[in-house]
Design a protein around this ligand. Structure first.
Ligand SMILES: CC(C)(COP(=O)(O)OP(=O)(O)OC[C@H]1O[C@@H](n2cnc3c(N)ncnc32)[C@H](O)[C@@H]1OP(=O)(O)O)[C@@H](O)C(=O)NCCC(=O)NCCS
Length: 164
């Protein structure tokens, strides 16, 4: 059974840091290279960095499957939209509808917050996740190149699911 646990404590963020470290190394090194992965883990996915994001309004949730932490997600309301900043399921648990269950949870949260859409950014070369988002009714609505410092960029498609 899948559960979504709101992360509030430093201990929660330590667990997410451990998940992020494993998932990002496995998934993103072939896409963006080890230097950028390590830079992004340190600056955006360390327990300390995520705790700061939490204090700025990003809600992080641990995804538990049978009481084991196997992934995480994060979102923030921006105007009339819920921006899905992160959604990550550990490799061994992918393709079992856990991501879909997580997206249903995100959609329920979006509707509770009176949002008209869910938006996200996905690396242009993250083709499996783009396919998963398309299967979950997201459409490509644009592109965004973001300078994240140290000579690195995020080269993303913007995707959206309209809810109302
Ligand atoms: C993207 C991700 C969250 C999806 O979660 P998941 O548990 O693997 O997905 P599900 O099993 O719930 O599948 C949801 C839908 O996407 C489809 N899908 C999932 N993976 C797919 C793939 N590799 N190719 C094509 N379709 C795929 C499924 O068939 C399903 O559609 P359906 O209901 O019509 O059958 C997960 O695969 C993941 O964490 N990937 C790696 C990290 C990542 O890139 N995260 C996103 C960062 S922007």
């Amino acid at each position: 059974m899948t559960k979504f646990i709101l992360a509030t404590t430093k201990q929660h963020f330590k667990i997410i840091e451990t998940l992020a470290d494993a998932i990002w190394r496995e998934h993103y090194i072939p896409i963006i290279g080890i230097e950028q992965v390590e830079y992004m883990l340190k600056n955006f996915q360390s327990a300390e960095a995520m705790y700061s994001q939490h204090n700025e309004g990003y809600q992080y949730f641990l995804i538990h499957f049978n009481d084991e932490p196997i992934g995480y997600l994060s979102f923030i309301k921006q105007d009339n939209s819920l921006f899905l900043s992160k959604i990550y399921v550990s490799k061994d648990f992918r393709g079992k509808k856990i991501g879909k269950g997580a997206m249903d949870f995100v959609q329920k949260s979006a509707l509770e917050q009176m949002c008209k859409s869910i938006t996200l950014g996905v690396n242009k070369y993250n083709s499996k996740s783009i396919a998963a988002y398309e299967a979950m009714d997201f459409k490509r609505v644009g592109e965004a190149i973001t300078d994240i410092g140290n000579g690195f960029i995020m080269d993303d498609y913007k995707m959206e699911k309209v809810l109302v």
